[in-house]
Each structure stands twice: as C-alpha cells, then as structure tokens.
Design a protein around this ligand. Structure first.
Ligand code: ADP
Ligand code: MG
Length: 609
C-alpha cells in the first residue's frame, strides 16, 4: 500500500490529488485540494504553493506528509499566454469643446441655444435678441446665482440655459420663474470658452438626449457643412446615452483627425507566408490563421499599433521566462473585435467615445520548463521522493476519463486562464493535443476594457457571477427577470444598484452602466473567446480536422466552472452531434483536478502498490 500525491502546477492554480495505491491500476482517491499558484509556472517559487496545497489535502486524512511514497509533478506544457489590446483608430478632436455626462440631477429640461457668457458679466450686457448660456463657476452660491439670473431675466435678457460647476442644477432651477436647461457637475468649468455659440440639452428623467447625440441635429444648430458634420460624429457618439449635454463651437472650430496606422500581422506557416491588415478585423485575421496552420511564427509590422503590441507581449514573455527577447516567438494568436473607451481631447468633463479595437491573446512556446529542477527542490524541502510524472495533456485526458459516462474516443478542452488546450484520445489510446492563445484572462480583460472598469478583480467577479438589480430594500430582480424577496432589509448601500451575486454576498457595482448592457458585454466576451477557441481547438485535434468524428467532449479547467460557458459551447457543438459537457473528474471533482488525478492513475498503472 502506497500513498501517492499528484500535483498540477498551472499558471493560475496548483491542484493536488492524493490516492492510495494497493496494486497495479488499483487506486482509491482520498482527497484533493487547490491553491493559487505561487510565482510563474515552472519557477522554484512554485514550491511554496505546492507545499500549502499538499498540507491542505492531507489535513482531513489520518496520514502525514512523511507517509507519502511519491509526489508526482506534471510535465507542464511550456506555453504562456499574454493579452494586449490596441485601438485601431484614434480620433483627436482639437479646438472644439463639449460637455456631456450624466450628472444625477441636471436642472430643467429641453434644448437651449445661445452664446456663452460668465455669470459676473451678465449684469453689464444690454438686453437684445441675443440668447445667453450662462457659465456659473463653483465660487457662486446657488441662491446668489439664481438671484442674478432672475435679475437678468427681469431686465429682458434671454437666458437659454446654464452650465454649472457644482451639483446645483436643480436648486438654481427651482428659484427661477421659468425653467431652463441646466447642466451641472462640470468639473473643468474654467475651460468652457466664453463668447461662443453653445447648444445645451437636458432630457426628461429616465430619457436620454436626442438632439446633441445626432450629427445632423448638431449640424442644424450650428449650420455645419457636410465636411464639418462628418467631423462631429465622434462628439455625437460620445454624447449618446447621456441625460444632458453641451456642445460649444469654438473659434477655429476645426476638428483634427489623426489615424495611427493599425498595421499588419504577418503569419509564417510551414508552407506559406500571409499578411493581414489588422483593420480588416478579427474574423479576417482568424480566417487567415486557420489557413496558415500549422504555424511557425506570428510577427507584426514594426512602427504600427499592432507592432507595438507584439513588442510588449514578447518583452513580457522574455521577462517571465528569463530569456532574451530575440528568442521569443509568438506561435498562436486569438484576435477578437472589441471596443475601448477613449478620452476625447477637448472634452470638458472627461467624456469618452468607444473606439474600435482589436484584442489579441498571444501564445509563446518557451523552452522546456525546468520541472525537473522544481521536482528536486520540492524533494529537498519535504524529504519525499518527487518525480515528473507525465505530460500534462495526456494526464488531463486520463483524469477526464474518470468522468462517469465518458469513453474513448474522447476530446477534452482544458480552459484555463492563459491558454485553451485540447486533446483527443482515440480507441487505440493515441493522444493528439494542441495549445491555443486565449482563455479566461482574456475574457476578463475584455469585460474590464469594454465596461471601462479599470479594475481587474471587479471584471473577474462580473465574469464569474450573475447580476441583479436591487429594486427595493426587500427585493431584487435577477438578470433573468425573476424577482427574489427578502424577509430582512438588505444593506441600504445596495439600494437601486446593480450588484454581482458573489459567493460572499451581493457586491454593488460602481458604474452607471445598465444591467442589460453589462450582461451583453459579458456574454459577448465569452462567446468571442471561449466558443471560438473551443471550436478551433477541436478542429485541430479531431481526426481529419472534422469535429463530427469526435463523440464526447468534456470541459476541464477553471473556466469549465463558469456558469454559462458550458451551455454556450454545447450549443455551438450541437450541430456536430457531439455529446458535450463539463467533466466530473472521479465523479466528484467537477472540471477541476483532471491532471492531478491523471498523474496518480498513470503511476498506479505503471508501478502498482
Ligand atoms: P491554470 O490551469 O492555467 O492554472 P485554471 O484551470 O485554474 O488555470 O483556470 C483559471 C481560469 O479559470 C481563470 O481565468 C479564472 O477566472 C477561471 N475561473 C475560476 N473559477 C471560475 C468560476 N467559478 N467561473 C468562471 N471562471 C472561473
Ligand atoms: Mg491547467
């Protein structure tokens, strides 16, 4: 009788399986555990995580570390994924100004058109037909500002609207004899140009502006010619969906547009070399990637957007693996179309427009990872014989085959953080595998950028859990439309907020995005990465590249835990007549622990008890 521990060190997670081996092929699994991987996969720092995980797995058992006969490490696939994202076009607007945002309480409503003027100057101008848009700086008290506006109105001046620095829109409006549109919370009020034609719009509560988000209405208001109209498109786009907005025509009023070349990707296959311009989009790029497969190397045109992105990826890889940049070769990419919020120069309240972008995950085959070195170090630390037990993909298949209801020929798709690996085993036990760029981390990146969160952990939560809207202190509406009631009042801080339903309770989102928008971004990101990658991975490993020839597909890896990916992939594979599902390793572990389990099984088969 021997106690054996299988250890799978991944880029994200270190997993352990402990089994009792009593004879050739006779294994009883006793426990499993997982921890976050410490350090980069393949480095000596991994030992800290491995020991933690071992102790965690031993905790519920009657045996101790010293009772283990052997510890088996995976022969980790030397692939590392990295992700980058670059905007294809960049629009810089100069000498034009606009304000458009969603202050919680703009004043009044409607559309106003007039010439900008500072509040102190108002008293000095004579009454005529000229309507004014009054700029009210933060130094002015709302009662005082309202008083001055009233005085101007009684002198017969026309006030078309006001731009206010503080959150005083409603307070000022309530004191006026007739309502005017007021946009407040304008941070950079000192940048608002004076003496210029300005249009100002405030929508009814619950509605969004209609005129200033439409280029033709802006053209109508400011008498723009067709060329000028084309150039206000980014302004109109940035103002879409806001409750209030101001557009000001500045003296020169010219808008300068600059395009940074997106650049080309160069695909070097075994047989051919193909170039694809990045601005043809992700579909065009991926079609060429499929054509050129098997790939030797992917390069990018220097001095362009995509060139810069590639340099960055290779530099990161070089640092991680401690190799010179010149030896780093990108071997697979996954391109997806995405949007990236971009600051618009000339904005007065930090507005942005969504620019088209391409997100790229790259995969690099490094030198063989020094797992032997890691094994020696671990052996030294714990005093237990440690060996490198088997190739990761083969072990994953073995582990996945313990899923009840599976049999060879079986394909697995291992969706981790950095890469998506697929393997297939045929009835003669031959295994074929592939590694591809792009997995869970890329989905998180897409969610992070498309929603403009700048918070990777939050994006990770949005990826993992469903959303709900807390509509009252006693009920929330889930994203599927169902309503849940509560006996006890919810935390008042959640009131009216979109929340992520994490395992540790609802987490409010600091964003004004609509729930439906967030759900849409989340689903699209998963489709673009997981479904696309699962399909191309299976095509590569399937006999004759034909997915129809595979009968079972089991998903393993951390992303296999995702609450909606398995159904998305299974929908996509349905047309091929494949039985698809999340693996349930050993009937108990779900999609986790396949490699660790496989290691113990392989050992038992070879050496017995
Ligand atoms: P690796 O094999 O590279 O160590 P894992 O198999 O641990 O990676 O997978 C890591 C990925 O799994 C991460 O992208 C993480 O966000 C994702 N993940 C982990 N748990 C969940 C979950 N409950 N739902 C969705 N994704 C998850
Ligand atoms: Mg893994």
């Amino acid at each position: 009788m021997r106690y054996i521990a299988g250890v799978d060190v991944g880029n994200n997670t270190t997993e352990i399986a402990i089994g009792e081996v009593s004879g050739k092929g006779k294994v009883r699994f006793l426990s499993s555990a997982m921890v976050r991987t410490v350090g980069i996969k393949g480095t000596l720092r991994n030992v800290i995580g491995i020991i933690d995980a071992l102790d965690l797995a031993l905790q519920p058992l009657a045996i101790q570390r010293k009772d283990l006969s052997v510890v088996l490490l995976n022969e980790a696939t030397p692939v590392i994924g990295d992700i980058a994202m670059e905007t294809i076009t960049e629009t810089i607007i100069t000498e034009s100004a606009m304000i458009g945002h969603n202050p919680s309480t703009p004043g009044g409503q409607g559309l106003g058109l007039g010439q900008t003027i500072g509040l102190p100057e108002l008293a000095a101008v004579a009454a005529d037909a000229q309507p004014w848009v009054v700029i009210i700086p933060g130094t002015a008290e709302f009662a005082d500002a309202a008083e001055q506006l009233k005085r101007a109105l009684s002198r017969g001046l026309k006030i078309a609207g006001a731009i206010v620095q503080k959150d005083d829109g409603v307070l000022i409006n309530n004191r006026l004899p007739q309502p005017i549109p007021i946009v407040d919370e304008v941070k950079f009020i000192d940048r608002v140009p004076v003496g210029m034609p300005a249009a100002l719009e405030v929508a009814q509560p619950g509605r969004t502006i209609e005129k200033l988000s439409n280029p033709f209405d802006i053209a109508t208001l400011f008498h723009l010619d067709p060329e000028e109209t084309r150039k206000v498109v980014p302004i109109a786009r940035a103002l879409m969906g806001t409750r209030s907005a101001v557009v000001i025509k500045t003296p020169k009023g010219d808008i300068e547009e600059r395009r940074i070349p997106a650049g080309k990707i160069i695909l070097l296959g075994h047989r051919q070399k193909v170039e694809v311009p990045v601005d043809e989009g992700a579909d065009a790029i991926m079609a060429k990637v499929a054509d050129v497969y098997p790939m030797e190397e992917v390069q990018a045109e220097p001095g362009t957007n995509v060139g810069g992105m590639f340099e960055h990826v290779r530099q990161v890889m070089a640092d991680l693996t401690d190799q010179p940049v010149s030896t780093i070769r990108v071997q697979d990419i996954l391109a997806v179309d995405t949007f990236k919020p971009q600051q618009i120069l000339g904005s007065l309240a930090g507005e942005y427009a969504l620019g088209n972008a391409v997100g790229l995950a790259a995969m690099v085959h490094t030198q063989k990872l020094p797992m032997q070195r890691l094994a020696r170090k671990l052996e030294e630390e714990i005093g237990i014989q440690t060996m490198v037990g088997g190739v990761e993909a083969d072990m994953a298949i073995r582990g996945a085959l313990t899923t009840p209801g599976t049999d060879a020929p079986l394909a697995i798709v291992d969706v981790g953080g950095g890469s998506t690996d697929a393997s297939v085993i045929n009835t003669s036990c031959e295994i074929k595998s592939t590694h591809q760029a792009g997995a869970g981390d890329m989905v998180t990146m897409l969610i992070n950028t498309e929603l403009g969160l700048e918070d990777f952990d939050l994006a990770e939560n949005i990826k993992k859990y469903p959303l709900a809207k807390v509509e009252s202190l006693f009920h929330m509406r889930h994203e599927d439309g169902s309503v849940q009631f509560f006996q006890q009042a919810l935390d008042p801080r959640l009131f009216g907020r979109v929340v992520v339903l994490t395992d540790s309770g609802p987490l409010p989102l600091e964003t004004r995005q609509l729930l439906s928008k967030i759900v849409d971004v989340r689903r699209q990101a998963k489709r673009k990465v997981f479904v696309k990658n699962a399909l191309r991975a299976l095509e590569r490993v399937a006999p004759a590249n034909n997915i129809r020839l595979i009968s079972f597909v089991a998903m393993v890896g951390g992303s296999g835990l995702d609450f909606e990916i398995p159904s998305m992939i299974s929908d996509a594979l349905q047309e091929y007549g494949v039985v698809t599902g999340r693996a349930n390793v050993r009937g108990t572990e779900g999609p986790r622990n396949a490699v660790a389990t496989g290691l113990v099984l392989a050992y038992a088969e070879e050496f017995g008890g």
